[in-house]
Ligand binder design. Structure first.
Ligand SMILES: C[S@@+](CC[C@H](N)C(=O)[O-])C[C@H]1O[C@@H](n2cnc3c(N)ncnc32)[C@H](O)[C@@H]1O
Length: 327
């Protein structure tokens, strides 16, 4: 596969590189802002699940330039530094990370909390939706500690079977909850963004990290009938902008000649790092020893398999994409 093929298949991936964004996700936040003016009056923001950092780039450009501008970005993975962005490496579902984030906003709360968190997808829809919901609730939990009244919370949501439950939980804290789908988010994906405005916790509510919102005290079945919450669905981004489900020729309509652009920021410690190093030195191979072989019942197998010899198995050729070992 040529290295331009992803540029053809994914126009937002290509535009992200050409515009200096670390990820195509930048366009999602920009298109959400076009629709909801998310950054108006915002000087302090939290970017949860921020790596590789394109949302933090947008935030730092939109609010970081101001004197009082303050962005805190958090992710499980290490992230290359960004001007005006304070980084925390940690798991947002962990108490210690939540505490670390909250301490930056004590006495001076945030205007905006965003979360683009996505778990490693398993392909099992129920599991993926559940994990995604847990991330969203962890983010909401942090938001209840750091948001100022009237503040805004934007989080990735999977429009799965039990999404109504999530909307109901969000509506407890925000009078306005919408489900938004930016043009740059593929129609083929169940991803959307909950845009929650006007933070207004219920009377008597005290945010408490020891009682997070991850409990199961809600009965989804009770949310049928008149109590069922249906939130407005809004598509955002200029309708004449690029369609993320389409492939485009490399020479786009504006007539300018296509030139391949390297990614803005390569991952700084990707999980495939070791394989890349081995591949570079031609050592991407694995010794197979009979004792490691998962087939244990050798006595019942035909002769050639019963006495496997140590041999070398070459790993399949890695896809030649931009995120691999190129410098
Ligand atoms: C789609 S990426 C975010 C892209 C980012 N918004 C950007 O614009 O560059 C999802 C991120 O969620 C992070 N993530 C997933 N689970 C997390 C958790 N429990 N705590 C912190 N980060 C998490 C992943 O490490 C990954 O970097």
């Amino acid at each position: 596969m040529g290295r331009t093929s992803k540029d053809k298949r994914d126009v937002y991936y290509r535009l992200a590189k050409e515009n200096g964004w670390r990820a195509r996700s930048a366009f999602k936040l920009l298109q959400l802002d076009e629709e909801f003016q998310l950054f108006q009056g915002v000087t302090r923001a939290v970017d949860l699940c921020a790596a590789p950092g394109s949302w933090s780039q947008v935030l730092s450009q939109k609010i970081g330039g101001q004197e009082s501008g303050h962005v805190v970005a958090v992710d499980l993975q290490a992230m290359a530094p960004l001007p005006g962005v304070l980084q925390i490496q940690g798991d947002i579902t962990q108490l210690s990370t939540a505490k670390e984030i909250i301490q930056h906003f004590e006495g001076c709360p945030a205007d905006l909390v965003v979360c683009d968190g996505a778990p490693d997808v398993t392909g099992l829809h129920d599991v993926d939706e559940y994990m995604q919901a847990q991330l969203l609730l962890a983010a909401l939990n942090i938001a209840t500690h750091v948001l100022k009244p009237g503040g805004c919370f934007v989080a990735k949501i999977f429009r799965g079977r039990d999404v109504t439950l999530l909307y109901s939980q969000l509506r407890v804290f925000f009078p306005s909850v919408l489900c938004a789908k930016p043009r740059s988010s593929r129609n083929s994906s169940i991803e959307a963004f909950a845009v929650c405005r006007g933070y207004d916790p219920p009377e008597g509510f005290t945010a408490d990290l020891t009682k997070p919102l991850l409990g199961h005290s809600y009965d989804v079945n009770q949310l049928d009938g008149p109590t069922r919450i249906i939130v407005p669905f809004v598509t955002c981004g200029d309708l004449s902008s690029y369609d993320s489900d389409r492939s485009y020729p490399v020479d786009l309509e504006d007539g300018s000649e296509y030139k391949y652009t390297l990614p803005t920021q390569l991952p700084i410690s990707p999980p495939y790092q070791e394989a890349c190093t081995l591949k570079k030195s031609g050592r991407l191979a694995k010794e197979i020893h009979p004792q490691d072989c998962p087939i244990r019942r050798v006595d019942t197998l035909p002769q050639p398999l019963a006495t496997p010899q140590p041999h070398t198995l070459l790993a399949p050729e890695m896809e030649d994409n931009e995120m691999n070992c190129s410098p």
